[in-house]
Design a protein around this ligand. Structure first.
Ligand SMILES: NC(=O)c1ccc[n+]([C@@H]2O[C@H](COP(=O)([O-])OP(=O)(O)OC[C@H]3O[C@@H](n4cnc5c(N)ncnc54)[C@H](O)[C@@H]3O)[C@@H](O)[C@H]2O)c1
Length: 497
C-alpha cells in the first residue's frame, strides 16, 4: 500500500486521512476543480489547467508513473514516488531544494548526488534538464521537454504477440522502459523490431518460457520491474479442449511463476490478460464483472484459475496491486499496417479469417450457425480495436498504481455486433466481396456475448474510441501489406532465425 505524504507550500507535512483532506483543500483553494472524494481524482480535472505546482517527492530515486498519468492537464508539478511511499509537495512555485524536500528518509543519496543536488538546488522544475538533479526525479526532466512524462520499468510477457506488441508500442510512446519476455511460440521476433520502429525507441528482449522459472529469473532480478503485464499464454478454445494439460501448465502455472518473479523483484503493479470466457456461456448480457464465473471450456477455466491465483497472491502480498482485464473480442491492427494478428495455420477467429477470404486465400467465410436467438440469427460479439485494448493496459497501470488490491475490468465496447453485420462492414469499408457459407453451430459457442463496461469507465478515463470501420480498415491494411504476416518482410537480419 502506497503511503502518501503531502507537504504544503509552507513546508507543513500532513499525514493520514488529514493529508488527503488537506490536499483536496489546497487543490480547491488554488483553482483545481474538486468533485471526487479521492485525491487522485481531484488531481485529474480532465483537461483543466491548474495553477498549483505540485512536487511529489520520493526517496529511492525512482519515478512511479501512475500518478503522473492522472495528473495530465495540470500546469506544473513534478513527481517522484517510491514503492512504499509517496510524498506530494504543493508549493507556490515549482522551486525546490533538498532542504525544502528535506526529510530524513529522503536524504539517502551519496555525496556525489548531494553535490548534484546542491547544484540544482535553485532550479525551478522548468530548468531541471538532467536526470541527475535533486532526487533524480526524471519527471522533472520530462516536464521540461514534453509536458508530464512518467517512466516505469515494465516487463511485458508475451509482448511479441498480437495484443502484447500493440501494448508495447503504447508503453514506449508513453515513455516507459519496456522489456519483453517471450518464447516466440506463437509470434515472431520481427514484431518487436517493428514495435521499436513505430515507437522510435528500443526495448529489451529476453527469450524465455513462463513455464520454466529458470529461464527468466535472472532477467527479472536484473530488470527489477516496477510493473508486469502478463500476456504470455495460449488462447485457443478448441485447442484447450484437445490439450487441457498444456493450457493449464502455460496459463496457470506460467502465471504463478510470473507473479512469483514479480513479487521477488519488488514490482508493485501487475496487469493480467484474462478473458470474457471466464463467464458462463449462459450469462445474462451485457455481462458485468460480478456475474457468475463458470467457464465453458478448459481455456476459460485456465483464465479463471489464474485470476484466483493472482487474487490470492495479492492478498498475501498487498504491496503488489493487480488488474485482471477480461478482454472481449480484440480485432484490428496498428494503423501503420505494420503490426497485426499473425495466427499460425488456419485462423480460428472471425476477423483474421475474413481478411484471408478477402485476399483470396480462402474461398468463403464459414458462418457457424444462423439460427441463434439474435436479430439476424448469427452470433453476436463485442469487438474492441486492439489499440483501444492496448490503451486499457495503460489505464490499468494508472489505476493499480493509484490503489491497492485487485481491480477486475471488462474490456470491450459494450456493444454487440453480429457476424453478418461484420461481413457487411468489411465489404463496405474494403470494397471486397466476402462470400459466406452457412454451416452448423460450433460446439461451445454462445449466441451473444457483450460487456457491461461501466466499471472501467468509472475507475479510469479509458473509453473504446475506435469504431467498427476503423477495426476493418486497419485490419485490411495489415492484411494487404503483410499477406504472409510477419514473414512478409523481415526488417532486421538479426531477427530472421
Ligand atoms: N486475442 C484474443 O482474442 C484474446 C481474448 C482474451 C484474452 N486473450 C489473452 O490475451 C493474451 C494475449 O493474447 P494474444 O491474442 O496477443 O495472443 P498471442 O498468441 O498473439 O500472444 C501470446 C504471446 O505469448 C507468447 N507465449 C506463449 N506461450 C509462452 C510461454 N510458455 N512462455 C513465454 N511466452 C509465451 C507467444 O509466443 C506470444 O508472443 C493471452 O494470454 C490470451 O489468452 C486473448
Amino acid at each position: 500500500m502506497v503511503r502518501t505524504q503531502v507537504v504544503d507550500a509552507h513546508g507543513l507535512t500532513l499525514s493520514g486521512d488529514r493529508n488527503r483532506t488537506e490536499a483536496q483543500k489546497l487543490m480547491r483553494t488554488s483553482g483545481c476543480p474538486s468533485q471526487s472524494q479521492h485525491l487522485i481524482d481531484d488531481l485529474r480535472p480532465a483537461g483543466t489547467r491548474c495553477t498549483v505546482p505540485l512536487v511529489l517527492i520520493g526517496d529511492d530515486q525512482r519515478v512511479r508513473g501512475p500518478v503522473i498519468h492522472q495528473l495530465h492537464g495540470l500546469s506544473e508539478f513534478s513527481v517522484c514516488r517510491t514503492q512504499d511511499q509517496e510524498r506530494i509537495r504543493l508549493c507556490d512555485r515549482a522551486v525546490h531544494t533538498r532542504a525544502e524536500h528535506g526529510s530524513p528518509e529522503a536524504d539517502t543519496s551519496d555525496g556525489a548526488d548531494q553535490q548534484e543536488d546542491q547544484r540544482s538546488a535553485q532550479h525551478s522544475t522548468e530548468n531541471c534538464t538532467t536526470t541527475a538533479h535533486a532526487f533524480h526525479c526524471r519527471a522533472h526532466e520530462a516536464s521540461t521537454e514534453c509536458g508530464y512524462l512518467e517512466t516505469m520499468r515494465v516487463i511485458v510477457t508475451g509482448g511479441a504477440g498480437y495484443i502484447g506488441s500493440h501494448t508495447c508500442v503504447r508503453l514506449l510512446e508513453e515513455g516507459h522502459d519496456v522489456a519483453v519476455l517471450d518464447n516466440f511460440e506463437n509470434s515472431q521476433p520481427e514484431s518487436l523490431q517493428r514495435v521499436q520502429d513505430i515507437a522510435g525507441r528500443d526495448l529489451s528482449i529476453h527469450r524465455g518460457d513462463v513455464r520454466d522459472t529458470g529461464s527468466f529469473a535472472d532477467f527479472f532480478d536484473v530488470w527489477r520491474p516496477e510493473a508486469v503485464i502478463h500476456f504470455a499464454g495460449l488462447k485457443s478454445v478448441g485447442e484447450s479442449v484437445a490439450e487441457p494439460e498444456r493450457y493449464y501448465t502455460t496459463n496457470v502455472q506460467g502465471t504463478v511463476n510470473v507473479a512469483q518473479a514479480a513479487v521477488k523483484a519488488g514490482a508493485s503493479s501487475f496487469v493480467f490478460s484474462s478473458s470474457a470466457t471466464v463467464y458462463s456461456p449462459e450469462a445474462q448480457m451485457p455481462v458485468d464483472e460480478t456475474a457468475e464465473l463458470r467457464p465453458g471450456n478448459p481455456y476459460g477455466w485456465s483464465k479463471r484459475m489464474a485470476e484466483q491465483v493472482l487474487t490470492d497472491i495479492q492478498a498475501a502480498q498487498p504491496q503488489l496491486s493487480m488488474a485482471l482485464l477480461r478482454y472481449f473480442n480484440p480485432v484490428g491492427a496498428h494503423p501503420s499496417g505494420r503490426l497485426g494478428e499473425d495466427p499460425r495455420g488456419v485462423p480460428a477467429n472471425l476477423m483474421p479469417y475474413m481478411a484471408r477470404v478477402a485476399d483470396g486465400t480462402y474461398p468463403a467465410l464459414k458462418v457457424f450457425g444462423d439460427d441463434y436467438p439474435t436479430p439476424d440469427g448469427t452470433g453476436v460479439r463485442d469487438y474492441v480495436h486492439v489499440v483501444d485494448l492496448a490503451d486499457a493496459h495503460l489505464a490499468a497501470l494508472d489505476a493499480v498504481g493509484a490503489s491497492s488490491g485487485v481491480l477486475t475490468w471488462n474490456v470491450g465496447r459494450g456493444t454487440g455486433i453480429s457476424v453478418l453485420e461484420m461481413v457487411e462492414a468489411f465489404e463496405r469499408v474494403t470494397g471486397r466481396e466476402i462470400p459466406i457459407e452457412r454451416v452448423d453451430r460450433r460446439a461451445g459457442d454462445s449466441a451473444t456475448s457483450f460487456a457491461e463496461v461501466s466499471e472501467i469507465s468509472r475507475r479510469s478515463p479509458w473509453r473504446a474510441i475506435r469504431g467498427v470501420d476503423e477495426m476493418v480498415r486497419d485490419l485490411w491494411q495489415w492484411q494487404s501489406m503483410n499477406p504472409q504476416g510477419y514473414a512478409t518482410g523481415i526488417t532486421n537480419e538479426a531477427f530472421k532465425s
